[in-house]
Design a binder for this molecule. Structure first.
Ligand code: DGP
Length: 111
């Protein structure tokens, strides 16, 4: 499949994976928006959050578990998780991913 994050997950595009298991990979964002900015990506190709089905419940929980584990590893007590669904919400890569951001304060509401 001609998908950037599928290719990174399959190691066809070199990228430093900071986490890998049977269901997901994680790597640092190429354009970091915070001192820690990690992308948590399922190996299964799902275009966007709106395409999730009840069959993906465990996978979604797993992505959050990976995010929590990485937040501990990065020594983040405060962090923000972001999942952009659709171009209007800021999605630019069409493979579902969770952003783990930390290391600075964040404002609310988000831009
Ligand atoms: P989003 O806008 O929510 O779809 O987030 C996509 C993110 O992916 C964006 O913050 C930049 C990042 N990104 C795009 N291409 C690459 C890449 O080739 N390598 C890495 N590490 N990150 C990428």
């Amino acid at each position: 499949m001609n998908c950037l994050f599928c290719k990174i997950a399959r190691r066809e595009i070199p990228s430093e994976l900071i986490h890998e298991d049977t269901e997901a990979v994680a790597f640092r964002d190429i354009h970091p928006q915070a001192p820690t900015h990690i992308l948590i990506v399922p190996k299964k190709h799902i275009e966007k959050h709106a395409d999730l089905s009840t069959q993906d419940k465990a996978l979604l929980g797993h992505l959050h578990e990976v995010a929590r584990t990485l937040a501990v590893r990065e020594k983040l007590s405060d962090y923000r998780l972001v999942l952009n669904n659709g171009a209007g919400a800021g999605q630019s890569v069409w493979h579902l991913h969770l952003h783990l951001l930390g290391g600075r304060n964040f404002s609310w509401p988000p831009g």
